[in-house]
Design a protein around this ligand. Structure first.
Ligand code: FAD
Ligand code: NAD
Length: 469
């Protein structure tokens, strides 16, 4: 029987870090590839309204705070008349986004990936409509990402600038006097930090009794202390039951999470940051007989195949942490699997980083999760206060924590609070990928003086023998 012919070998739906990477790798492997994207620019949430613009504002606001709060003066660098030029800071952020999204367009051209501009929806097996055209493909990858979760009783209006989501908070035209952040997760703390540094009073309202769910317990507790010390007001174990907006001001109704007396909070800006949900509506999944799970995610096997033949899924739209690097690695793996190779992602070793100052990073199991999983663990900790480079730089906040299996000494998880935690965690991830023991890290030569020596010392502390404390 003659093989059926298709317009494309592979059609990727969505050009975020999952989709654009999958499309490029599939093209590199010799396949004819198209990628459907409805946004005006490529790069998805990450490049347009996520990782990149938030990091640009985190960097700019950090420079402003250093100059403005006098930290530089303590190093003999005198500044005078420091002023915020918010428009220039925003323009710098827009420039970063433009450069990087344009870069993906260049890579598509270079690798001969066809960009189909418009919203894609299934029209039947192997058939997809994109805008007013219909195309066929042998393999289709759903990489549609995620959108902001809404809070019942709260209407987001990014253009109005009073009740905003992360996209609105990345483009405010003024520094709020009082910003209330609903949700003490990654977005709330990163964007709350940006606006606090630029001069806003910031209150974070978090439903749970600690910030940053999913991270190690000691890290969460320490993070709470650090953000409170930086001047953020933290209202833990508290829920928002409604927000009313009038005359450019918001009035929030709050209650203890467990129920109790109602409180009212006034603000001129409210950021709703309570999580994200997978994008599946509008894809017409019934046309191929595919149904999302109870959480709205598309389930796949380890090769990223869905329950429907020829349909694959990756990134934020499938279960797992909603992180750009996880989506990228899945993009490479799915393309390799489609091409008949073996694409694997080790979901046990996905690092995560909160880009506040200090940064907060982790990889692998928390101490709590390891114990809940029935393992006996040994823990080694080392404070940045005892690290010579951090001490020299007056950058001593935080610690490194290594969680190892008590029997085999294999490293199960590493958790770090430090100005350079996001860079330091890469070494831990690589060591874990190679199945390292804490002894392997302890006996690896680390350059001196570096913050990374704190990871070596924390690994030595697993055996109770750190040198510098
Ligand atoms: P997305 O990046 O969401 O891309 C999906 C794309 O699909 C979108 O462009 C969308 O327009 C398109 N699309 C959807 N449906 C259709 C359709 N039917 N037809 C055509 N196109 C469609 N992660 C990190 O790892 N590090 C960070 O520092 C970080 N910072 C973040 C900061 C913020 C403010 C936010 C909101 C997120 C951040 N994230 C970060 C998370 C990261 O952005 C996501 O995990 C990542 O973008 C997911 O990639 P993806 O390819 O799965 O989906
Ligand atoms: P999140 O899940 O990190 O945090 C949401 C927080 O809101 C949680 O602490 C939760 O307990 C709280 N919450 C939920 N409902 C609430 C309510 N009604 N009232 C008060 N608090 C409530 O979600 P996010 O911060 O919105 O981020 C979304 C996703 O984007 C995350 O999965 C994250 O991985 C990703 N992201 C990553 C980075 C990074 O890697 N640096 C940065 C930004 C976003």
């Amino acid at each position: 029987m003659a093989e059926q012919s298709y317009d494309y070998d592979v059609l990727v739906i969505g050009a975020g870090p999952g989709g654009y990477v999958a499309a490029i790798r599939a093209a590199q492997l010799g396949l004819k590839v198209a990628c459907a994207e409805s946004r005006e620019t490529l790069g998805g949430t990450c490049l347009n309204v996520g990782c990149i613009p938030s990091k640009a504002l985190l960097h700019g606001s950090e420079l402003f705070e250093e100059a403005h709060e006098g930290t530089l003066a303590s190093w003999g660098v005198k500044t005078a008349g420091v002023e915020l030029d918010l428009a220039t800071m925003m323009a710098g952020k827009d420039e970063a986004v433009k450069g990087l999204t344009g870069g993906i367009e260049f890579l598509f051209k270079k690798n001969k990936v066809t960009w189909l501009k418009g919203r894609a929806a299934f029209d039947g097996p192997h058939r997809v409509t994109v805008g007013d055209q219909t195309v066929t493909a042998r393999d289709i990858v759903i990489a549609t990402g995620s959108s902001v979760t809404s809070l019942p009783g709260v209407t987001v209006d990014n253009a109005g600038g009073v009740v905003v989501d992360s996209t609105g908070a990345l483009a405010l035209g003024r520094v709020p006097q009082h910003l209330v952040v609903i949700g003490g997760g990654v977005i709330g703390l990163e964007l709350g930090s940006v606006w606090r540094r630029l001069g806003a009073k910031v209150t974070v309202v978090e439903f749970l009794d600690q910030l940053l769910p999913g991270m190690d317990g000691e890290i969460r507790k320490e993070a709470g202390k650090i953000f409170a010390k930086q001047g953020m007001a933290l209202m833990l174990s508290t829920k928002v039951t409604g927000v009313a907006v009038e005359g450019g001001k918001a009035t929030l109704a709050l209650e203890p999470a467990a129920g109790g007396e109602r409180q009212v909070l006034e603000a001129d800006c409210v950021l709703v940051a309570i999580g994200r949900r997978p994008n599946t509506e509008g894809l017409n999944l019934p046309a191929i007989g595919l149904e999302p799970n109870a959480r709205g995610q598309i389930e796949t096997d380890h090769e990223f195949r869905t329950a429907v033949d020829g349909v694959w899924a990756i990134g934020d739209v499938i279960p797992g942490p909603m992180l750009a690097h996880k989506a990228e690695d899945e993009g490479i793996a799915v393309a390799e699997n489609i091409a008949g190779q073996t694409g694997i992602v080790n979901h046990a070793v996905i690092p995560s980083v909160v880009y506040t100052m200090p940064e907060i990073a982790g990889v692998g199991l928390t101490e709590e999760a390891a114990k809940e999983g029935g393992r006996a663990v040994k823990v080694g900790k080392f404070p940045m206060l005892a690290n010579s480079r951090a001490k020299t730089n007056r950058d001593t906040v935080g610690f490194v924590k290594v969680v190892a299996d008590a029997g085999t000494d294999r490293v199960l998880g590493v958790w770090i609070i430090s100005s350079l935690a996001g860079t330091m965690i890469a070494q831990a991830a690589q060591a874990m990928e190679f199945g390292a023991t804490s002894e392997d890290i302890a006996y690896t030569c680390h350059a001196h003086p570096t913050h990374s020596e704190a990871l070596k010392e924390a690994a030595m502390a697993v055996q109770g023998k750190p040198i510098h404390i």
